[in-house]
Write a protein that binds this ligand. Sequence first.
Ligand SMILES: [Zn+2]
Length: 122
Amino acid sequence: MEVNLKRYGLYLIRWQLSTPILAGVLMVLSSMSALVATIIANLIGGLIFFWVDRFIFTSRTLEAQWEVRDNIRCVDCGTIARGYRLVKTGSYDRSEDREPEFRCETCSERKSEELRERGVKH
Ligand SMILES: [Zn+2]
């Protein structure tokens, strides 16, 4: 199984975020029995994190893989700068590209916009 590190990282952060929320709820409900308070806290956590998790596991934005390289010549404007290229997202796959095209930040943003208009989500 291929693990997407961006998804994995966000998922770990999301677990940390759930800690203060659950702790806060437990404090507010401290007059109740620990079992009932925990059930309610988990219910509240579930209501919130269902949506967060859904984003983490289904977002196309997180699927996109970019390659960043220093000191490349931008294929569009010829500037020597830090270069970016979209390697893979959904049906767009340039991971086997023998002559990868890098672009400077400005040109990369323009190209990004072009791809979006062509329906390549990233
Ligand atoms: Zn450029």
